[in-house]
Write a protein that binds this ligand. Sequence first.
Ligand SMILES: [Zn+2]
Length: 153
Amino acid sequence: MIGSTQQAGADGAGKDSVARQGLPGRPLACALLGLLAAVGAFILFRFEPGRAGIYPVCLLHRVTGLWCPGCGALRATHQLLHGHILAALHFNALYVILLPLLAWFGLRSLMGIATGRPVHFEIRPWWLWCGLAALVCFGVVRNLPFAAALAPR
Ligand SMILES: [Zn+2]
């Protein structure tokens, strides 16, 4: 297989061949990423953020007392792993709403790594600007008194 890849590389088709077949270490890397995700999910399931004291704290919240757009995401994930969707929405609504999209991007990327097929995401720049605007707006609004329900207290 290596020989055929090297021969194909001489005429410029080697990159396509390697990309289609995948590198030998890719399945192992994907398995390790999957194992890492499973271990992380188990830790989040078993040890409740905010009580366990083993999780990193948000520096913005610690220094300023303000909630950043990501504050409450670990607690939301803990609640989701226990099947409590409403409690998860309370801790970080934006994260919970975007989680299916994030999971789709992650799984598709992982499949691309595993198979060696290039993953093409057709993301238009204005989508990124809209996402950034939503993130900033969520971060600002959840710190305002009238939207205290969005703060992960
Ligand atoms: Zn934060």
